[in-house]
Write a protein that binds this ligand. Sequence first.
Ligand code: P6P
Length: 315
Amino acid sequence: MPVTLNHIAKQGEHGPAMMPIIQGVGRAAVEIAALLRGAVFRGALGAAGAENVQGEQQQKLDVLSDEIFLDEMRSTGDVCAVGSEEQEELLVIEEYANADYLILVDPLDGSSNLDVDGPVGTIFSVVKRKTANTETPLASDTLQSGRDVIAAGYVLYGPATMLVCSVGQGVHGYTWNPASARFELSHADMKIPASGGYYSVNEANAGKWLNQMGDRLQRMKAATGLGMRYVGAMVADMHRTLLKGGIFLYPADEKNTNGKLRLLYEAIPMGFLMEQAGGKAMSDGQPVLDVQPEALHQRVPVYLGSASAVDTLLG
Ligand code: P6P
């Protein structure tokens, strides 16, 4: 009998409460996957004509995916607010403002790949509110380090649609089965290989990296002999790193002096998964999960992967 997302309810202290939320993520994933497949016929590719809070060109599919995700989180009844890459402020779900959990989400990560039919993803993490349930949730409820994350995961929209997640009891991968119309466990207890794999970075930025990261990378390449793969969508690059080993990095540079990737809904969820899978997740000078968030859209440098590769790079 295939194992489905219901299995999450059996995973430790947080499993029962997280199952309905992750099932909501699964519903959103199915809707977003269908949206992506038919986008070209609906004129849904291309820019939405606005910039997001990051100053990046919003794609039409960014906006549509954000709406789908919010609706499915609302439908769980367990989420009081959503912090989204596509929304400048915290979005309170008024009818459930007394619920226990907040979601941080990048609804459609890597959307610059959409026009070339490349892989994209959704990245999420779940935290428990700090404010009383009788109050309205606040942005400060989201500013919790990765050590306080209850659950995290990603959806990869590739040849298959995969939902990879953890509630603190290891990392498990579920693949959408069109025959049964449900996510089924396909990658139980995922562990990152201790060696091998690839290094994954946008080396075009090497001349601008701070903290001698260019020299460090050259030394790591010479010491490990790793090949290079880079898709340009964090979910795809991180999924390959989790399965094959190696390291994914986005260092700080002269343009992005705090790095490009967002702490709350990219670095922390991916760092949580990486540590759960036996890997290492570093930012500059400390583990990603130890960074104390100060703002919803805060950016950090990241070095995520096999402990040996991360240690060789950072010394
Ligand atoms: P660059 C996508 O825009 C994203 O946020 C991540 O998914 C990806 O890892 C990174 O930016 C790619 O950035 O500068 O290499 O295009």
